[in-house]
Design a protein around this ligand. Structure first.
Ligand code: MGP
Length: 241
């Protein structure tokens, strides 16, 4: 993964939860370079003092966090909150914003996978500061590819989708806003939201690569958010692959 600047991203969202603790512990740094800057040991280097007294102390391997190209925010919309919401999206809650591979696994391993979520739930993983709404300025001119699975059968594809996104596996990864899994009574839908629906070459590339990553053989469709806004469920696929 390439170097990235994530300094401006917060470590957590407003929802303080137990994963904050994991985050704090996994992001320690070694201080003490010539100019007082942070010094990172080499991968796998054993860190400890070089005098005899410290050699008596236990040595430890420092695990450096692996920064991701982008920060990502998990959000959740739970069915009971949805039923009471004033407007669409007002019950979507942030869970955690992550910036490293380690944080990703901490959160992924501590939240239910789609098969364990209640019917009606929506779980989102979007780039930091992009809201999973048609109204978001970055999503507004975008659209989405969708794959569908029978109830309880999307867990692996959800994970592969997340890994492909955060691991920057898409040639047009800059086009991607994020992904959502919608858990419904008869099916689970995973969608990848993109930014510029009219950029057909980028959309087709993303759709094609996504199908390969998931080993998904059925035809998938791409709907423009603009059409979904106007036509609701009558919106038709503009691209398919
Ligand atoms: P959905 O949840 O994307 O589809 O949109 P689903 O899962 O087929 O339907 P559900 O009823 O089982 O949840 C459902 C409806 O929510 C749409 O028809 C819109 O009315 C509304 N909606 C969905 N999205 C993604 C948005 C959005 O981004 N903004 C607004 N204002 N409404 C939305």
């Amino acid at each position: 993964m390439r170097e990235m600047a994530v300094e401006e991203a917060p470590r957590t969202t407003s929802n303080e939860d137990q994963t904050n603790d994991i985050n704090t512990k996994s992001n320690h740094r070694i201080r003490g370079g010539d100019n007082g800057e942070e010094v990172e040991p080499e991968e796998g280097e054993i860190v400890g003092g070089d005098d005899s007294s410290s050699s008596k102390q236990s040595t430890s391997v420092v695990h450096q966090p692996h920064p991701l190209e982008h920060s990502w925010t998990f959000r959740f919309d739970n069915p009971s909150a949805k039923s009471k919401r004033a407007s669409w999206g007002s019950s979507i809650r942030p869970i955690y914003t992550l910036a490293t591979a380690e944080e990703f696994w901490s959160i992924y391993n501590n939240i239910p996978h789609p098969s364990k979520l209640a019917v009606g739930a929506d779980l989102y993983c979007f780039k930091y500061k992009i809201e999973p709404k048609w109204e978001d300025p970055i999503c507004a001119n975008g659209g989405k590819w969708t794959v569908t699975y029978a109830r309880g059968k999307s867990d692996t594809s959800w994970l592969y989708t997340l890994l492909a996104m955060i691991g920057e596996q898409f040639d047009h990864g800059d086009e991607i806003c994020g992904a959502v899994v919608n858990v419904r009574a008869r099916q689970e839908k995973i969608s990848i939201w993109t930014k510029n629906a009219s950029n057909d070459a980028a959309q087709m590339s993303i759709g094609k690569q996504w199908k390969e990553f998931l080993d998904y053989t059925d035809t998938i469709g791409f709907i423009f958010h603009e059409d979904a806004k106007k036509l609701d469920r009558s919106a038709r696929n503009k691209y398919s692959i």
